[in-house]
Write a protein that binds this ligand. Structure first.
Ligand code: AMP
Ligand code: MG
Length: 422
């Protein structure tokens, strides 16, 4: 049996990024960029107006005010998408819309709100302007050949917009693992079957598929394997067409637990079987070539926690991600917790903030069959292997199951009254 730390280290030492592929940028949000993206041009490519207004020479309107307006001759009107035809001489202005190029000879924009018309082609300027006022300079967003997006970053919607503005409709990203989910058990029935007698609905397949997808990977649920060596072996054989394999159940010491043997028979190099932790003690892990295989214990809680703690970091590394672990925070234990000496305990907890301080409260019975205790949990409190007890008020680490679980996720209103109403 290995420790939880040893298990994670062995897993991470034995998986690597899968390689890259080209995808349309609309499919690239959340993907890991596999190239450095440079700009083939200045953005914006020309000086342009930040406001609807008048392009003019700042020197012409020095000292202009409401009381002492400066009259300029309007020589042309330029909308966004058109080039000015005329260069500006002293005493002239070009009516210029937001985004339209600045007329040659102009060095500032005065917004239309600080002007008034005084005849057909004459505008009165009611305020002075600094040179450069309301002008968006060529290249002020991105310069020619500037590195815009670095390799390894996770693409955000703003990044997708940047790529589009660089005319990149397709981009190189890290491939993300396609994961096979193999569930085993004579008691299991499919989701559309109402269980009778000793039957159990195959919930692990769905919990795991959901967790795989949440991690940004693809999940494929294979047909349930009965507790027979050949059937499990066949199903694992099918699963080897995928980048990673998650099996559930049959990996403990029961009389019908054939998964470890089946994994061996399909050629897995076993790295460990058994982790000094609770829950999830029977976890097995190994590789076939570069493919990782996880023999997850069948108890619904153990399956899911082993996924979060061990399979998820492996899949993220395969997808080229660098942030492999769950977000973690410090919290105080809300109650006395009896721990299993010699095992790392992962206790399902809810986070509360009675007085600004974060307190972790167990979500009820901690049996490894009680899936609702995970459903209700914000995170997993780590009970160190060396301790037999954590007392109420003791400081502990909590691994967050949802990144936003402990954050303030109320809709944001600057105004307190609106906030209360909502
Ligand atoms: P095992 O690890 O095969 O000994 O299973 C341990 C417990 O988990 C048993 O109560 C099983 O019925 C339950 N179990 C195993 N696989 C699943 C599954 N796919 N969905 C829901 N429960 C399961
Ligand atoms: Mg079983």
């Amino acid at each position: 049996m290995v420790t939880a730390d040893e298990a994670l280290e062995m897993i991470l030492d034995n998986v690597a990024a899968l390689g890259t592929e080209r995808v349309a940028i609309l499919d690239a949000v959340g993907r890991v960029l596999a190239e450095q993206v440079r700009s083939p041009r200045d953005i914006p490519p020309f000086d342009n107006s930040a406001m609807d207004g008048y392009a003019l020479r700042a020197a012409d309107v020095a000292g202009a005010s409401e009381a002492r307006p400066v009259a300029l001759k309007v020589i042309e009107t330029v909308g966004a998408g058109t080039m000015p035809r005329l260069a500006l001489e002293p005493g002239q202005a070009t009516r210029t819309m937001t985004g339209a190029p600045l007329a040659p000879g102009a060095d500032a924009i005065v917004p239309v709100e600080r002007t008034r018309m005084a005849g057909q082609d004459v505008v009165e300027i009611l305020a002075s302007a600094e040179a450069g006022a309301f002008v968006r300079r060529r290249g002020e967003d991105v310069g020619l050949d500037e590195a815009v997006l670095s390799q390894g970053r996770r693409l955000t919607p703003a990044d997708i917009g940047m790529l589009a503005s660089l005319n990149r409709s397709v981009v190189h990203v890290q491939r993300r693992p396609r994961v096979a989910i193999v569930t085993t058990g004579d008691e299991l029935v499919d989701i559309d079957h109402i269980p009778a007698g000793a039957e159990v609905v195959n919930s692990n397949a769905y919990a795991l598929a959901g967790a795989v997808r949440e991690a940004g990977c693809e999940a494929v649920i294979l047909a349930i394997a009965r507790d027979r060596l050949e059937e499990i072996r066949d199903r694992l054989g099918e699963a080897l067409a995928f980048d990673a394999v998650l099996s559930s159940g049959g990996v403990s010491v029961g009389q019908f637990d054939y998964v470890a043997r089946a994994l061996e028979e399909v050629g897995m190099r076993e790295l460990f079987h058994g982790v000094a932790q609770k829950p999830g003690r029977p976890l097995a892990f190994g590789t076939i070539g570069w493919r990782p295989l996880f023999g997850l214990p069948g108890n619904p809680v153990s399956t899911l926690l082993c996924f979060y703690l061990y399979a998820r970091p492996a899949l993220l590394r395969m997808a080229g991600r660098r942030d492999l672990g769950l977000a973690r925070i410090g919290a105080r234990c809300g109650v006395d917790l009896k721990l299993s000496a010699g095992l790392t305990d992962f206790v399902r907890v809810r986070l509360e903030r009675p007085g600004g301080e974060t307190v972790a409260m167990p979500t009820g019975a901690q049996g490894s069959g009680i899936l609702s205790s995970v459903s209700r949990a914000d995170g997993l409190l780590v009970g160190p292997a060396a301790l037999a007890m954590l007392r109420a008020g003791d400081q502990a680490t909590v691994l967050l199951l949802a990144a936003d679980a402990a954050a303030d996720c109320e809709p944001f209103f600057e105004d307190r009254h609106r906030r209360q109403k909502n």
